[in-house]
Design a protein around this ligand. Structure first.
Ligand SMILES: *Cc1c(COP(=O)(O)O)cnc(C)c1O
Length: 375
């Protein structure tokens, strides 16, 4: 059976973990955490990077930093992972869902301005499949209306928009190192602080609402409870693991791109025959091969595709149940959102296995075979 995902190991993870053990400091913000934070700062050009224990944690920190109050509205796509919305809902915020573009499946920037009200606090672009949203337009809208931009760049590590790393463009950016992402530590994430105004408070929120980080830098002579916060920092073992992945990040991206490009070339004939639609990469974007998806005609065709692939021992999977249709939103009694592109994509999209070490020729062969039979 070819699984949908298989975490890639560089072979250096255990070496770094044993070094962390030998150093004798296993809590957060030690040697390896600092290496990872510095790598992120140097790579992305962000003002400050802070490792977190997940992208969810980074989004929660962003919601606190954005000072979300009950009733504040946050504009985001519905076609995303629950944490994009949940981080704000935890603070009493109300997600306002807008539809996605038919080409990139990212938030449709033309629909953002009409969704802004006097309660709107922030825009959360999600870079689906590691392909950048229309960030220039989004940043211009945000500055016209005095809104924050928090990038959910969970899938977008190492991908760029107009030469800038995704996650480094908005006020804040959130990365994931979950084992299903490109660069991994099992569970893991980072908050990128691009707007320096948030840097000091971010350290405090991450350290349980204390100024412990300033204390360790010698800026204050004792540390104490100064703000709300939680424990958002990973231990050193996670950071040591992650460092091995960061060291190999260019190779990881290149290996994934090779598979992605082979898929893309091989399925061109199917697109030309009108059988399916392949991903669209916006001109201004360099993606990171986080995901390869196909858009089929409808739900029935997708179900048939998934089961035909499974018969060939290849596991393909659909993606999000749109958040505006989820049980949690229905229970909130907010007026239902009408998001036709989101609903169509949710029904028609299927993701193919994409991992380092995959014999992707087998997948290509099966997709070509299945697509001919089902037509
Ligand atoms: C994976 C993912 C998350 C959550 O990441 P975790 O590190 O698992 O918390 C959030 N948003 C998007 C778009 C994701 O793909």
């Amino acid at each position: 059976m070819i699984p949908f995902n298989k975490p890639y190991l560089t072979g250096r993870e255990l070496h770094h973990i044993s070094e962390a053990h030998a150093r004798g400091q296993l809590a957060g913000d030690g040697h390896f955490t600092k290496k990872c934070n510095t790598w992120l700062e140097e790579r992305t050009g962000c003002h400050k990077a802070l490792l977190t224990h997940s992208c969810t944690a980074a989004l929660e920190m962003a919601a606190i930093l954005a000072d979300i109050q009950p009733g504040d509205e946050i504009i985001m796509p519905s076609y995303t992972f629950v944490s994009t919305a949940n981080a704000f809902v935890l603070r009493g915020g109300v997600p306002v869902f807008v539809d996605i573009r038919e080409d990139t499946l990212n938030i449709d920037e033309r629909l953002i301005e009409p969704a802004i009200t006097s309660r709107t606090k922030a825009i959360v672009p999600v870079h689906y499949a590691g392909v950048g949203c229309e960030m220039d337009t989004i940043m211009a809208i945000a500055s016209r209306h005095n809104l924050l931009v928090i990038e959910d760049a969970a899938q977008a590590v190492m991908a760029t928009y107009k030469g800038r790393l995704l996650g480094s463009i908005g006020d804040l950016g959130c990365y994931s190192f979950h084992e299903t992402k490109n660069i991994i530590s099992g569970e893991g994430g980072a908050l990128l602080i691009n707007n320096p105004a948030f840097a000091e408070r971010a350290e405090i929120i991450r350290e349980k609402g204390t100024n412990r980080t300033q204390f360790f830098r010698g800026q204050v002579d004792k540390y104490t409870w100064v703000d709300i916060g939680s424990s958002y920092l990973p231990g050193e073992l996670i950071a040591a693991f992650l460092w091995a992945q960061m060291e190999e990040s260019d190779l990881i991206t290149a290996s994934r791109l090779k598979i992605w490009n082979d898929y893309h070339e091989s399925f061109q004939v199917l697109e030309e025959a009108g059988r399916l639609r392949r991903p669209v990469i916006a001109d201004d974007c360099v993606h990171n091969a986080h995901m390869y998806y196909l858009l089929l005609a409808d739900l029935a065709e997708r179900s048939a595709f998934i089961s035909c692939m499974l018969k060939r021992d290849i596991r393909c999977v659909f993606h999000y149940v749109p958040l505006h249709n989820a049980k949690m939103m229905i229970a909130s009694h907010l007026p239902p959102a009408l998001l036709p592109v989101t609903e169509s994509v949710a029904a028609c999209l299927v993701r193919l296995p994409l991992w380092i070490g995959l014999n992707h020729d087998l997948v290509i062969e099966a997709v070509l075979d299945v697509s001919n039979i089902s037509g």
